[in-house]
Design a protein around this ligand. Structure first.
Ligand code: FAD
Length: 596
């Protein structure tokens, strides 16, 4: 059975040295955020994940969810109890507004917990995870009455939330939505239609399920411009807050799928169900994007989490499995063979996993601070800058983060050889679970298009210029020649990204297929540089800690060694990615569709 230990020490290092968590006391909500408080919260959260959620991960995958003839769905054994412990521990309300019963901690702390939860049990984490997205949408566009009615119970976890976009004929292209919303005399709407692939659409963990549903009102344009957003509860909520009649929304079936078996992926049938408009009519997609932006960061975190869980278990195995001898002489001379961790090809996979997970954790938390600043910094210019940066990096964190997370999980499975492929060791589950993160919340192809088609040029390219300038500035500031091992290759990789931006500007306009054909290569290139930037910061912080006589030199020396690996083995790939980008669309699009 695989195990999971929350990487609290690494997180604390990143929060302080890279994300600058303790330098934000000018921001409301950060005043009481001290190192002691954060360490206590992370230790407690990590313990819950390691001891309660991780042991349910593999059994939950094997048992899956069950749909009963009456349409009700039960989560696997143990999930209900674990969810109760989750709510009793206040984990669901950690970052929620204090007005609605939350603890008001920064989003950044929530992002850490999201990682630990997804690494220990991704399927479990999706029940409260989607609920947090739904709460965010209600918080931002809901009326005061709607917030008062729906949020407190959602924050407590007594009610969970879902997001309903996808329909059988309509996935990426939401303009095709057919679900209808007919006005009722009392101001509510009758919602009719079928939504598919709805995560946590029906289950037995919470007392009520609050569905956020995209639908079109009569006469609305038959495009994305005609979409509105509705709150559709499983049980109608009476004026006194008690639960009333069952609403006309049912789970028609649950999908049999590759991974996240313990999360119910439901077909939801709306048969004139009572719904309440959330936000303005025909502004539904903008409101839904509030959920989706937070959710995209959350999905990027899932990529990191599956990679880290797979890495931890691959390391454990590689230290114990005896096969062959080291190329440079026996390392375990008393045994008949050496542990496989001595083999460079195994090390290659483990070092890549380590360099990705630690670098990605830094990027996620550096980005999470930008989310906090964009929402709460007192100074408008600081809010704007943070928003520019996180908007630019969101598709990278989601797309690059989950592409690489899946790659790493697969490599870690490879470390176990055949034992990684059979179910007994549980490595296959990390790979299967990691796979969906590349697909939902907008496929990674769509993330790459969002990056090159919208984000790079957004607001006249302001965010792009700010980020490029930030990385260049940190390279220039890294004057200590002991950092040249990463500063120089990072400067070269940054040059590749800058050239890529220029190439896209010149050639993407002339032929949009050029941008479409190169988007994924560009996103990977930018992801490498974003992680390289984080490794530069971490290497600088570790050097400083060593110079200051840190009590933990092993930790900081390992950081520097991993930074060297990233600089030497990952960053050079930007040159070939630039070549792919600049090859343009010709060879990609030349073959007529009928020849396939
Ligand atoms: C397990 C699971 C859970 C999910 N949970 C939810 C949920 O909770 N709520 C919800 O609403 N949905 C959910 N989804 C749906 C998910 O978000 C969609 O599957 C996803 O957005 C892609 O849509 P699609 O499957 O229809 O693929 P399509 O849109 O048909 O895309 C197929 C392929 O074409 C590509 N493509 C499509 N359009 C373009 C384009 N314009 N340019 C370039 N490439 C393009 C895509 O990248 C993809 O590779 C879930 C799906 C799964 C499998």
């Amino acid at each position: 059975m695989p195990s999971y230990r929350a990487p609290v020490k690494d997180t604390l290092f990143v929060l302080e040295a890279v994300a600058g968590l303790y330098n934000q006391s000018h921001v409301p909500g950060f005043e009481s955020v001290s190192p002691d408080l954060v360490e206590a919260v992370l230790n407690e959260g990590g313990k819950f994940c390691g001891e309660v959620l991780a042991p349910l991960n593999l059994p939950g995958d094997r048992q899956g969810c069950t749909r009963h003839p009456d349409g009700s769905v039960t989560a696997p054994d143990g999930f209900r109890d674990a969810y109760k412990q989750f709510c009793d521990g206040g984990w669901g309300g950690l970052i929620a507004d204090e007005h609605h019963g939350g603890q008001g901690l920064p989003y950044t702390i929530g992002a850490v917990l999201q990682e630990y939860i997804a690494a220990s049990n991704m399927a479990f984490g999706m029940y409260p995870g989607l609920s947090e997205g739904a709460q965010a949408a209600i918080e931002v566009v809901g009326s005061p009455e709607q917030k008062a009615k729906w949020l407190p119970n959602m924050v407590q976890g007594r009610w969970t939330g879902t997001m309903n976009l996808t329909e059988p004929h309509c996935g990426t292209d939401l303009g095709l939505i057919r679900t209808r919303a007919e006005p009722n005399a009392d101001g509510s709407y009758a919602i009719t239609g079928t939504k598919i692939f709805i995560s946590a659409g029906e289950h037995d963990l919470s007392e009520n399920i609050i569905h956020l549903v995209l639908a079109k009102t009569p006469g609305a344009p038959d495009s994305v411009k005609g979409i509105s957003l509705f709150i559709v509860p499983k049980y109608i909520v009476n004026d006194d807050g008690s639960l009333g009649a069952r609403n006309a929304v049912t789970c028609g079936s649950i999908e049999h799928k590759m991974g996240i078996h313990a999360n119910a992926t439901c077909v939801m049938n709306y048969d004139g169900a009572t719904g309440y408009m959330l936000g303005e009519e025909m502004k539904g997609l903008a409101a839904m994007f509030i959920m989706m932006n937070a959710a995209r960061l959350g999905v990027g975190i899932q990529g990191l989490a599956q990679a880290d869980a797979a890495y931890q278990n691959a390391v454990e195995y590689a230290k114990g499995r005896l096969q062959g001898r080291s190329l440079t002489g026996a390392k375990n001379p008393d045994g008949k063979a050496d542990p496989i961790i001595v083999h460079p090809d195994v090390r290659r996979m483990l070092m890549d996993a380590r360099a990705y997970t630690e670098g990605m954790r830094a990027l996620v938390l550096w980005g999470a601070i930008r989310v906090d600043l964009s929402r709460k910094a007192p100074d408008a210019a600081e809010r704007e800058m943070a928003d520019d940066l996180i908007s630019l990096l969101t598709p990278v964190i989601k797309g690059y983060g989950t592409d690489r997370g899946y790659e790493v999980a697969t490599n870690c499975q490879q470390v176990l050889g055949g034992h990684g492929y059979i179910a007994e060791w549980g490595m296959d589950q990390f790979v299967r679970d990691a796979r969906i993160a590349m697909i939902y919340e907008g496929t990674n192809g769509i993330q790459a298009l969002d990056l090159v088609g919208r984000k790079l040029g957004s607001k006249g390219g302001r965010g792009t210029q700010a980020w490029l300038g930030l990385v260049a500035g940190d390279i220039a500031a890294a004057s200590d020649e002991r950092l040249a091992f990463i500063a120089q290759p990072l400067a070269k990789a940054l040059g590749d990204v800058q050239a890529g931006v220029m190439w896209l500007l010149q050639n993407g306009m002339a032929n949009p297929d050029n941008a479409g054909a190169g988007a994924t290569a560009f996103m990977r290139m930018m992801g490498h540089v974003a992680l390289g930037h984080m490794w530069l910061k971490m290497a600088g912080a570790s050097l400083a800690a060593l110079d200051a006589g840190t009590a933990d030199p092993d930790f900081h020396n390992a950081k520097l060694t991993t930074a060297r690996f990233f600089a030497a083995r990952v960053l050079p790939e930007t040159a070939s990615l630039k070549g792919q980008l600049e090859a343009g669309a010709d060879t990609v699009m030349a073959l007529p569709a009928e020849m396939f």
